[in-house]
Design a protein around this ligand. Structure first.
Ligand SMILES: [Zn+2]
Length: 282
């Protein structure tokens, strides 16, 4: 199995406590225990979404001991004042972005992770925070590609995903609330979609958010996954492991179960291989 979107720094429960546990230095015993748990569950590939504490970088350096291929962007990158501070570093202009890309290279990162929009509001179907996509997406992707990096982008909403695809983004993460046009453009591109169903579906019944809204979001995402696959698009399994209600290992297994309601095993395997090929270590 592949986990194409994980956050080793997080624990699936309390992000503040999880990050505090890796401050000032990564908790290496915990990272090793998690890698061992992934290995024991047959998970052979992990692509991390990054963090500010160096946890995903440490995991990438140790993963070979566990027979796991591990890819890290070191930290995620977001525009100042927009979503992403929990796992990333910020830029104010394109020059600062370029400097952060240089930093990822210097630290030994494998690819660039960028936040294009914000996150879902689980209380209201269709609502996304920081919904208008970052204004410089095309330029940001060009810079990352120019340095030999692929781009993993956190992005939600049909319009923002269309911009992401047009810019040549290598993978679109989450991508909730697509419309037919966004799905057809995604499907006819080389961009891989990692639709992360688990962080929404696993909230159903927890009492924090209205179950009806959560179910509606999950149903629309599953229908969209089917549609994109029918149109010839590539979809890969990534659970956002570490996010709230998405524990490491069981979150990965949950995501497979959700994807299997929409995709054939062959389609999932194709998505895994496309992520593996596109996000090769530089
Ligand atoms: Zn994530």
């Amino acid at each position: 199995m592949f986990e194409c979107h994980a956050h080793m720094v997080l624990d699936g429960a309390d992000w503040r406590a999880a990050i505090a546990g890796h401050t000032p230095l990564p908790d290496m015993a915990l990272v090793r225990a998690r890698l061992e748990a992934y290995r024991a569950a047959g998970i052979e590939y992990i692509r991390d979404g990054g963090d500010r504490q160096g946890v995903s970088l440490a995991a990438a350096q140790l993963a070979g001991e566990y027979g796991i291929e591990y890819r890290t962007p070191v930290f995620a990158i977001h525009r100042k004042g927009r979503y992403g501070g929990m796992v990333g570093r910020e830029f104010s202009d394109v020059a600062e972005f370029r400097a952060l890309v240089g930093e990822v290279k210097r630290l030994g990162g494998d690819f660039i992770k960028i936040m294009y929009t914000g996150i879902l509001d689980f209380a209201e179907f269709g609502k996304v925070s920081d919904a208008s996509p970052d204004p410089d997406i095309a330029e940001l992707v060009k810079i990352a590609h120019g340095e030999g990096f692929s781009v993993m982008a956190h992005v939600n909403g049909a319009d923002a995903v269309r911009v992401a695809v047009a810019a040549g983004t290598d993978s679109v993460e989450h991508g909730f609330y697509l419309d037919e046009q966004a799905m057809s453009e995604l499907a006819s591109s080389d961009t891989v979609w990692v639709p992360t169903v688990a962080p929404v579906a696993n909230l159903i019944g927890c009492g924090r958010f209205p179950d009806e809204t959560l179910k509606k979001i999950v149903e629309s995402q599953v229908l969209n996954i089917k549609r994109v696959s029918e149109l010839g698009g590539i979809v890969a399994p990534g659970s956002d492991a570490g996010a709230y209600a998405v524990p490491h290992v069981s979150g990965t297994q949950d995501e497979y179960a959700y994807l299997k309601t929409a995709l054939s095993d062959a389609a999932i395997a194709e998505g895994e291989q496309m992520i593996r090929i596109k996000f090769k270590r530089q």
